[in-house]
Design a protein around this ligand. Structure first.
Ligand code: BDR
Ligand code: CA
Length: 310
């Protein structure tokens, strides 16, 4: 089984990503969930991670991480995810408590001590991952891949920058320049997996508590994406990461160089994707360009159905 740490800011699509990763369909050994400031304040993201893990019976440590980005002020996105960061469904307060300690130390400890290599799966700003790599660079030897959601050849927070990268571009730069294999699910591919009415209706036919929860997430997310972007539903961006870990073949990729813009006035947080190899810089990223959406939604359905099976 593949060892993974889910580093996230739940978040509607982060929650769905956790649900996919923890399902019977996936063969992941989830070492823990770490949280980071992103969609909303880190404390709220932690509560949401606890709620989701309790709902699905995922008994792993949930460890809180960075309160703010490396050098910039925090920016949050309640207009997309609501004040709680996971508005829509109402879950009871978790009985489970967060695990003491800091996410950065948890990541370092797990990577150092785990049997076999660890895959990091960040679906929020990259602050925790960058801090772990800075604090203990030797962990690189035991990380096999960083599978992240972020960036793209266009933006959603500014015209140039996607939210996760924009919030902490300095951290993103550390990660992208780390020399570790980075598999990147940016907006180019995540905007191909929009949970529109047809998807929501399909989820609505599945009769178990997890599917009901996911439907409520999707309904809220669809509303905010309609209001803000005129989309027919919410792209479940972060879910691409755990879907890839279940079935990489459904995605297509290009090996490219990606540079993170940290200085531009209009382009701060841009992921500069050298698709046409104009720079001659070495390829540092496996960049997702496409997805077989039929397979994606079929597996998504299977995952949710599997939660109703004993
Ligand atoms: C990313 O930002 C957040 O709103 C989502 O959870 C996703 O990780 C999309 O830009
Ligand atoms: Ca996220």
């Amino acid at each position: 089984m593949r060892n993974v740490i889910l580093d996230c800011d739940p978040g509607h699509d982060d929650a769905i990503s956790i649900i996919i990763g923890a399902s019977k369909r996936s063969a992941l050994n989830i070492l823990g969930i770490t949280t980071v400031a992103g969609n909303v304040e880190v404390e709220k993201n932690t509560v949401n991670a606890l709620k989701v893990s309790e709902l699905i019976g995922l008994d792993v440590p949930v460890v809180e991480g960075a309160v703010h980005p490396l050098v910039r002020e925090s920016e949050i996105a309640p207009e997309i995810h609501g004040e709680t960061g996971m508005d829509g469904p109402v879950l009871k307060d978790p009985a489970k408590e967060k695990t003491p300690g800091h996410a950065v130390d948890f990541i370092i400890g797990q990577v150092k001590n785990s049997d076999g290599k660890v895959t990091l799966v960040p679906t929020g700003p990259l602050t925790n991952i960058a801090l772990a790599l800075i604090k203990e660079p030797s962990i690189k030897d035991n990380i096999d891949e960083i599978v992240l959601m972020g960036g793209g050849t266009f933006g959603n927070w500014t015209p140039a920058a996607e939210f996760n990268i924009y919030v902490d571009a300095e951290a993103a730069k550390v990660v992208y320049e780390s020399g570790l294999p980075v598999t990147m699910f940016g907006l180019d591919v995540t905007h191909q997996v929009i949970a529109d009415t047809a998807v929501i209706d399909r989820v609505g036919k599945i009769e178990n508590d997890i599917a009901v929860f996911v439907k409520e997430l999707l309904v809220f997310f669809a509303e905010t994406y309609k209001d803000h972007f005129g989309f027919p539903g919410g792209p479940i961006h972060d879910a691409c990461t755990t879907m890839y870990l279940i079935n990489p073949e459904m995605f297509t990729f290009e090996d490219v160089n990606v540079t993170i813009e940290t200085k531009g006035e209009a382009t701060y947080g841009m992921t500069v994707v050298d698709l046409l190899k104009t720079t001659g810089r070495p390829e540092n990223v496996k960049f997702a360009t496409g997805v077989d959406t039929e397979t994606f939604w079929n597996i998504f359905q299977d995952v949710l159905v599997s939660y109703g099976e004993s």
